[in-house]
Design a binder for this molecule. Structure first.
Ligand code: BJ8
Length: 380
């Protein structure tokens, strides 16, 4: 697979972003840390604050969290919590931005996250948006809109700035532009063979949790331009879609295994994937209503029923002409684990093979997963 300069730049973007955040904070700009995709960035940016998403993908902060939380909960929750409460005494370093946030804004999704937020409040001021979880009812939309209005007030109080309709419209246009760029990048992955690997795309998917919107757009444009100029390849590899839990920065385990065993990932139905950008916000509507409508549609497994996710998986599998789906569940994530049954049934009916992998952030099962992936590749 061709190397891309943008991916190298992305790997080195950390220091620059941290300096930017530190400068901004010195000049009074607030940094909001969010969990997770249901918190509309547009409201934060329209209030004049910056944001980073705090979902953790690093394994080394898991052991810090285990001093406070049960061991048998999802590694994403433990990694995030460990990064925030880490005081450095253990000799393990968290990424600096975790200690720089002025406020955490979270939303009620799974039980582990919800209960973690109650504890986080002891370390950083934490505000939780209540998320209705039967997304397709008119009552849910109305309620979510009222929750977003409250959140708008919280941001105004934090920053001392008014969130205006015009400010929201501007941020919606800006975020939609980013989403359209991701769509353009994904369009290129529809080529067969794909001109870019899943491991390369994952780098920018993970960095969207961290970079400023302007920088992210800049990197996306650069990457698209590079990928567009790749000569069509000859060697076809099995085209895989990964579907399930997110893979935040630090966690590339399953992607790396799949691609080191001969497959190429062409789509990710995930919050580090299509769920983060697939739907745009309607630019012609009242901005708060449009935001509520867009964000409530994110097909997280906390939603019930979550048929939108199943439809989305089938649509993506067709569009990206995948040979197989790898369903990826983090250990103890009951939502995705149980929902796997419905995904499997729908894929079976569509004649698309699926392999299910349940794992954590450690390396202990890399070889074993590799063998199962090998067998899957041979079968598809
Ligand atoms: S919007 S998918 S990022 S909650 S893996 S913490 S669900 S036990 S990550 Fe998620 Fe937001 Fe939903 Fe996306 Fe819980 Fe499962 Fe852990 Fe999860």
């Amino acid at each position: 697979m061709q190397c891309f300069k943008t991916i190298e730049y992305l790997k080195n973007s950390y220091g620059e972003r941290i300096s930017q955040i530190a400068d901004q904070r010195r000049s009074g700009k607030k940094l909001v840390g969010t969990f997770c995709l249901f918190v509309p960035d547009e409201i934060i940016f329209a209030a004049g604050a910056d944001r980073v998403i705090l979902c953790g993908g690093k394994n080394d902060t898991v052991s810090i969290a285990e001093q406070y939380l049960p061991r048998n909960i999802c590694p994403l929750v433990k990694s995030s919590f460990g990064s925030i409460v880490n005081n450095g005494c253990s000799g393990i370093r968290s990424c600096s931005h975790f200690s720089m946030v002025d406020m955490i804004v979270a939303e009620n999704t799974c039980d582990s996250k919800k209960k973690m937020y109650e504890l986080l409040g002891e370390y950083v001021p934490t505000y939780v948006i209540d998320l209705p979880q039967k997304p397709d009812t008119p009552e849910a939309l109305k309620y979510f809109l009222s929750e977003l209005e409250k959140f708008r007030g919280v941001m105004e109080q934090l920053t001392g700035n008014k969130v205006t309709t015009e400010g929201l419209r501007q941020e919606i246009r800006s975020s939609n532009e980013t989403r359209r760029l991701f769509h353009r990048l994904y369009e290129l992955r529809k080529e067969d063979p794909s001109p870019i690997s899943g491991s390369q795309v994952l780098k920018i998917l993970q960095k969207q949790y961290f970079l400023s919107p302007d920088k992210l757009k800049e990197y996306l444009r650069m990457l698209i331009e590079e990928v567009e100029s790749v000569e069509p390849g000859q060697v076809r590899k099995p085209r895989i879609m990964v579907s399930g839990c997110p893979m935040p920065g630090g966690n590339t385990k399953v992607t790396d295994i799949i691609e080191s065993r001969g497959g190429v990932i062409v789509a990710e139905e995930s919050c580090t994937g299509t769920r983060s950008f697939w739907y745009l916000v309607d630019e012609d509507k009242d901005p708060m209503t449009a935001l509520a409508e867009r964000y409530i549609k994110i097909p997280c497994s906390c939603m019930s029923p979550n048929d939108r996710r199943i439809d989305n998986i089938l649509e993506l599998a067709r569009e990206f002409r995948v040979d197989g789906v790898i369903h990826y569940t983090l250990q103890f994530c009951h939502g995705y684990n149980i929902e796997k049954q419905k995904v499997q049934k729908a894929l079976k009916e569509a004649g698309i093979p699926m392999l299910s992998i349940e794992t954590d952030y450690s390396d202990s099962d890399v070889e074993q997963i590799g063998l199962r992936v090998d067998a899957f590749m041979e079968m598809i």
